[in-house]
Design a binder for this molecule. Sequence first.
Ligand code: ADP
Ligand code: GLC
Length: 480
Amino acid sequence: MKIVHAASEMFPLVKTGGLADAVGALSKALAGFGHEVAVFLPGYRAVLKHPMFAKAARRLMIQVELGDEFLQADVYTLSLGKKLTLYVIRRDEFYDRSHPYGGEGRDYDDNDCRFIYFCKAVVEVLRIVDFKADVVHCHDWQTGLLPVLLRMEERKLQDTLALKTVLTIHNIAFQGVFPNKSFSLTNLPEDLMGIDGIEFYGQINMLKGGIVFADNVTTVSPNYSKEIQSSKFGCGLEGVVRTRADDLVGFINGVDTEVWNPKTDPLLPANYSVVSLKGKSACRRNLLGKNGFSADYEGPIYGMVCRLAEQKGIDLLLSVREFFIKEDCRLIILGSGDGKYEEALRKLAEAHPNKIALSTALDEEASHLIEAGSDFFLMPSIFEPCGLNQMYSQLYGTIPLVSKVGGLVDTVVDIEKEATKGTGLMFAPKTRDFRKALQESLQLFQDKAKMNQVIKRGMKQDFSWEKAARAYENLYQDMI
Ligand code: ADP
Ligand code: GLC
């Protein structure tokens, strides 16, 4: 098959979260199965500066209609492997900025232009290079308008650019909602600015566009595909999602084991596997030392790596702060994002420098070390479409403590419920339940034999992309 992915992030070129990991690994896996895969990315500064981009070649110049203007873009291509080509849409006015989406706590004012333009540029490239895609697969709101823009262009051309389109919802909380005047940037027919189109309470909603017009919709876990049909998790789009219930499935993301494997991970000071955990102790010592603690400390280490956003349950973490202050343990947090959470966590770490460490950097190496060197990994998310760190944790022999939401439910087995199968501790996202799970983790830490069994069970889990990518492959095949 000829498969196009259009996304706003892709590991290793540009990453702010799990979307990048998912797009990077899925496209690689599909190309590995022998499909011809093209991935489209905006030419952000991070991409242009990435060492891999030095080998990219300027391939085309395109003119993209945006409202009443035609704006030029350069299209670069780069081979990322056999049958895997990256297309970068370069227009520096839109993308050559310090962050993909915004700065100083707010989104860029022109994100409507930036991502409508990106979708239109993808359509234009597909037209010019005559790619004849079997499937165009979009991810999240930034590419939500691609299915409808593609069909409108085909109508104009009287030709087919893609047989089928898929939208994957990685996070329904981000929808790309803009004032109704942004609609004119799309050059779509006026009737699409209605309830059956991309209109949403008088504004435009780019994710809604994808949900309505993609041939199939997927989410990143089966549980989340059910959750987003309810008002609790649908963020206002639950009614629209329900209209597509028959074409909606959830596939768990995989883990890219070329990147996340304790046996081979080059970012770790020592490697290890389920056969011998010796290297994990070296990682532990290194982690403690790097965070200003004595490397000889022998009590439980709790790690956390995430965007500092409400979704990740930072309020819940702060509500159980007493646990980390009173109990004999260490807490090591790597995360950046919302200023109010950075501030609150910084205060907490500064008040307890012997027990709590915080880094607000975006630091890939540190994230691997936390996964490897900790005993427990915390994910008290309020909602979690899939979540990747709970899977990384299991493979790295670090027991996840997760809330019972979204993909966490599909990927962690509760020790308290399934004594012989359990891989982590689960709790309802409430202060009392989180505190209880933390107490249980202390007991588990005392019971070395049981703890070792849980660790080893986690390390033996199969979270490979092979499974997930085959599910997408089957879906594409069924569709076309
Ligand atoms: P989300 O996409 O909602 O942020 P996921 O669990 O799917 O959540 O993926 C988050 C990814 O981002 C993981 O690979 C995690 O290690 C990484 N990550 C989050 N914050 C940081 C950070 N400050 N430094 C390095 N990696 C980070
Ligand atoms: C989103 C979700 C996260 C998921 C990731 C990759 O950012 O918040 O749960 O793992 O996308 O699909």
